[in-house]
Design a protein around this ligand. Structure first.
Ligand code: BYC
Length: 330
């Protein structure tokens, strides 16, 4: 995901701005500590607003850019049923983007500005969508692992302190659970197939495993936004906690269908009650979020093209809206 110009925030931004006094901030923090939700018209620190705009807009961008790797397979899905399922899933992702842009707009930023920031390369979207979907098994791996990681991260967001974001996440999480199941079912079906199908599923897991672990963001000791976001209860868990949960849930699923997780260090640690796992290649992660992943350029070009090609639809909708209002006024 990507930051936007308007949303760059450091720890020092969290201190009260000139127009904010400490008492207001204390009252705000007390509401958060009492687990009350913050609503659009409530007073909030400028830094809280900025952090939410950053996270929610990059989340929305991820949903929309995330349509691209899967859409690549709609026409090539192996059966009519698989095509229909994939088409519905990709539409769901578009819908998630729309709820999230709308929820972010309640903070006073316009959707046009958010999309403009994405198109100008000033805004982030999830690193995961900069990897290619090379085979049909990749569609299984994306549903199982990418949507699986997304759920792990998004379930706690249903209890995020900002009401519109928390409420948007309820339906999104329901749909993501269904997506995860369909991805796992594709992988399970391939693993019951021919040797070539099994090899294709294993190859997809080999390529998607590590990038999926990177989705949770940098390790806790290198996550500049986590402490403040957790204090504000935007985030309820740290990046490493959620990554560990994901590994704990997913490793046995791989084993159950005969797949081997591409990590020689993966092993159950009885004492910790968790799986141990190997080191993540953080150089790769930071290169991808800096724009140097395998598909960054393609993804951005496709988004900009889609936006340009949709300009007439936006103009038509606005013209219709003007006509309807004029009629109503007359
Ligand atoms: N990719 O301090 P940190 C989906 C950035 S889509 C790119 O830990 P934070 C789906 C981070 O933004 C799932 N950038 O940050 C759709 C920050 O940079 P800035 C999308 C990343 O915000 C279609 C810097 O690294 N889910 O479900 O506390 C098909 C330092 O990080 C990434 C969401 O967006 C990354 N992976 O925590 C299928 C969930 N990780 O902004 C599925 C909402 C970190 O300071 N977002 N960065 O320049 C979050 O929960 C949080 O933003 C994160 C990062 C946990 C991701």
């Amino acid at each position: 995901m990507y930051t936007t110009d308007f949303s760059r925030q450091t720890q020092s931004d969290a201190s009260p701005g000139p127009a904010e006094d400490a008492a207001q901030n204390d009252r705000f923090q007390a509401r958060i500590d009492a687990d009350q939700t913050i609503e659009p018209k409530d007073w909030m620190p400028a830094a809280y607003r900025k952090t939410l705009i950053r996270q929610m807009s990059q989340h929305a961008h991820s949903e929309v850019v995330g349509m691209l790797p899967e859409a690549n397979w709609i026409t090539r899905a192996p059966t009519l049923k698989r095509k229909a399922i994939l088409l519905a899933k990709v539409q769901d992702e578009g819908g998630h983007g729309l709820y999230l842009y709308s929820a972010a707009e309640t903070l006073g930023v316009s959707r046009d500005d958010m999309i403009d920031a994405l198109h100008k390369g000033k805004a982030k979207y999830s690193s995961i969508f900069n990897y290619p979907t090379l085979t049909w098994a990749d569609i299984g791996a994306v549903g199982w692992l990418v949507d699986g990681a997304a759920i792990m991260n998004q379930v706690p967001l249903q209890r995020c302190s900002y009401g519109p974001y928390a409420r948007a996440m309820v339906r999104i999480c329901k749909e993501e659970s269904f997506h995860q199941r369909q991805g796992f079912e594709i992988m399970a079906t391939l693993m019951k197939g021919t040797d070539a199908q099994k090899a294709m599923a294993q190859d997809a897991l080999d390529r998607w495993w590590w990038p999926s672990l990177m989705m949770f963001g940098p390790s806790d000791d290198n996550s500049p936004n986590s402490a403040q976001s957790m204090k504000w209860r935007i985030k309820r868990n740290s990046n490493d906690e959620l990554r560990q949960k994901f590994v704990d849930v997913t490793a046995p699923q791989a084993e159950a269908i005969g797949l081997v997780v591409p990590d020689p260090d993966l092993s159950w640690n009885e004492a910790r009650g968790h799986y141990d796992f190997g080191d993540i290649d953080w150089d790769e992660f930071f290169a991808v979020i800096a724009g140097d992943g395998p598909c960054n350029a393609d993804r951005m070009a496709a988004r900009r093209r889609a936006h340009d090609e949709g300009a007439w639809v936006r103009r038509a909708a606005l013209a219709y809206d003007r006509k309807t209002r004029a009629k109503a006024a007359a």
